[in-house]
Design a binder for this molecule. Structure first.
Ligand code: ZN
Ligand code: ZN
Length: 155
């Protein structure tokens, strides 16, 4: 009697595992495409730009699905979500802390290819102690290479 129940339970468990892994697989292939898209785009794209790229390979994917997957991957530390000073959400394939440069004219965000240490906060300072500081973002801004060249041309 117990054995029968146990067997049924195992069958059920097996079915659940198969269904789950099928769902996981589908999600994983979507995520793989999203990751690939993000990996090849160095300008820290917003979700809709990634969506445009992914759609070329997966015609019926929705912007909502892309956004949700980006969000999940960012929460799991697979990618990084960055918020620009004007509140736009962008995504970064590079999850190591690194400084960014933002072009004031075209809005492009670039990695700064230099090791720069973020200024350290004194952990014994009452202001720091009363807060939970998770990360810092080092931003520089100005004109990117293209926009700077255009400016020189126009002057
Ligand atoms: Zn620019
Ligand atoms: Zn970056």
């Amino acid at each position: 009697m117990y054995l029968v129940i146990f067997e049924n339970f195992l069958d059920k468990l097996l079915v659940i595992i198969i269904i789950t892994s099928m769902n996981e697989f589908r999600l994983t292939s979507q995520r793989k495409l999203i990751l690939e898209e993000l990996m090849h785009c160095t300008e820290h794209p917003p979700a809709d730009m990634i969506y445009e790229g992914v759609r070329k390979h997966l015609a019926n994917i929705s912007l909502g699905t892309v956004y949700r997957n980006l969000d999940i991957m960012a929460r799991h530390g697979m990618i990084m979500k960055i918020e620009t000073p004007d509140g736009q959400k962008r995504f970064d394939y590079n999850t190591d802390p690194h400084p960014h440069f933002r072009c004031e004219k075209c809005g492009k965000i670039e990695d700064i290819p230099m090791d720069l240490d973020a200024p350290e906060l004194d952990p014994s300072h009452p202001w720091v102690k009363s807060r939970k500081i998770k990360a810092s973002t080092l931003y520089y801004h100005g004109l990117c290479e293209d926009c700077a060249a255009q400016e020189i041309e126009n002057n």
